[in-house]
Design a protein around this ligand. Structure first.
Ligand SMILES: Cc1cc2nc3c(=O)[nH]c(=O)nc-3n(C[C@H](O)[C@H](O)[C@H](O)COP(=O)(O)O)c2cc1C
Length: 334
């Protein structure tokens, strides 16, 4: 009999261990349907960014100030004007509603706000639209030299508490790997009521255009090698956060990548870059690879495999990491 691929994430029963993380494909109904058809067991919709809402409000204010623009807007038949002018939060609300109506798999909505108060406001709107869970995309760069690490962390933890108090659906937090103590911060996020963690968000470092002397944002899709950082931290955190749902993000491109993430303790492996490169149908290939490996290695289920290579049996994970580091640099460098 073929292995059971089901898994559980944020209390949601999932049909398999490959989930679609936020990205362009999860932003359209066609993309979402194709991902579900290929076997994605849940989807995370693109983040609702507060800056988009603010820009839009400013644009609307400009239209109202500028007689011509407003006249054009106001003279259009009401339904046409309304159809053309879907406000940013409303666009996300509609996507949640349409995704829920069209899909059978869980739909997770993502929020990235910029001000206290906004995180819980947007999360509430998206839950009211039907989101099965909320993911907080805490992408930010702590660039203020006067703000300490403790202050940055405390600000973020207060956001988690505020959203936790505002919504009753499961809550997961997509972390960055750039904390002095990733393990301590991860545990603190869970302490504030998060049901799950996504390790990790991918940071887009800027590049410089030497012809125009401008800073240009560079989008590079991940490679399988990028999975190594999530692997390390999933393995370290799994035994310390036994009740917390863990999702792997960054570098999941193949069934083998997903298997590694599960082995160190992830409940689910998320992918964006691989389906952007190869199309949503690639999820089917990844699932077939996972199934074939489980069958060939006599595993009955994903649940049996999950966490069997975490750091649970390592009494001193920091010492283990140090020994690995020493072994690598001394072998290669001397
Ligand atoms: C074009 C693009 C758009 C993305 N948009 C979002 C987003 O709206 N919210 C978010 O949390 N992550 C977003 N991500 C990050 C992905 O969800 C994912 O965490 C990251 O790409 C690492 O996974 P991967 O290696 O499978 O690509 C985006 C990634 C890409 C490439």
């Amino acid at each position: 009999m073929s292995a059971d691929l089901t898994t559980r994430y944020l209390g949601l029963e999932l049909s398999g261990p490959i989930m679609a993380s936020a990205g362009p494909l999860t932003g359209t109904l066609d993309g979402l349907r194709a991902l579900e058809d290929a076997g994605a067991s849940a989807v995370v919709l693109p983040s609702l960014f507060e800056e988009d809402v603010i820009e839009e409000e400013l644009h609307l204010a400009d239209l109202l100030d500028d007689g011509e623009g407003f006249a054009e807007f106001a003279s259009a038949p009401l339904s046409e004007a309304a159809a053309d002018y879907v406000l940013e939060p409303e666009r996300h609300v509609r996507l949640v509603e349409r995704a829920k109506a069209a899909l059978g798999i869980p739909v997770i909505a993502s929020v990235n706000a910029a001000h206290p108060g906004s995180w819980e406001r947007y999360a509430t709107i998206l839950v009211e639209a039907g989101a099965d869970a909320i993911e907080l995309n805490m992408y930010s760069v702590a660039a203020d030299a006067s703000e300490s690490a403790a202050d940055v962390e405390s600000r973020k933890l207060d956001i988690v508490s505020a959203v936790r108090a505002a919504v009753t659906v499961p809550l997961t937090v997509k972390l960055s790997p750039f904390y002095t103590s990733v393990a301590h911060f991860a545990a603190a996020v869970v302490g504030r009521g998060a049901d799950g963690l996504v390790l990790f968000n991918r940071f887009y470092a800027p590049d410089i255009d030497l012809d125009t002397l401008t800073v240009r944002p560079a989008l590079t899709l991940s490679e399988s090698d990028d999975l190594r950082l999530p692997l390390r931290w999933l393995g370290i955190l799994r035994p310390q956060l036994p009740e917390t749902s863990l999702a792997a993000s960054s570098g999941v491109h193949t069934g083998a990548d997903a298997l590694k993430a599960l082995l160190v303790g992830a409940d689910v492996a998320c992918t964006t870059s691989s389906v952007l490169r190869r199309g949503p149908g690639h999820v089917t290939t990844m699932l077939a690879e996972v199934r074939a490996w489980l069958d060939a290695n006599d595993y009955e289920s994903v649940r049996q495999l999950r966490g069997s290579m975490s750091a649970a049996s390592v009494p001193d994970p920091a010492g283990f990491e140090r020994a690995q580091y020493r072994a690598i640099v001394t072998t290669l460098g001397r």
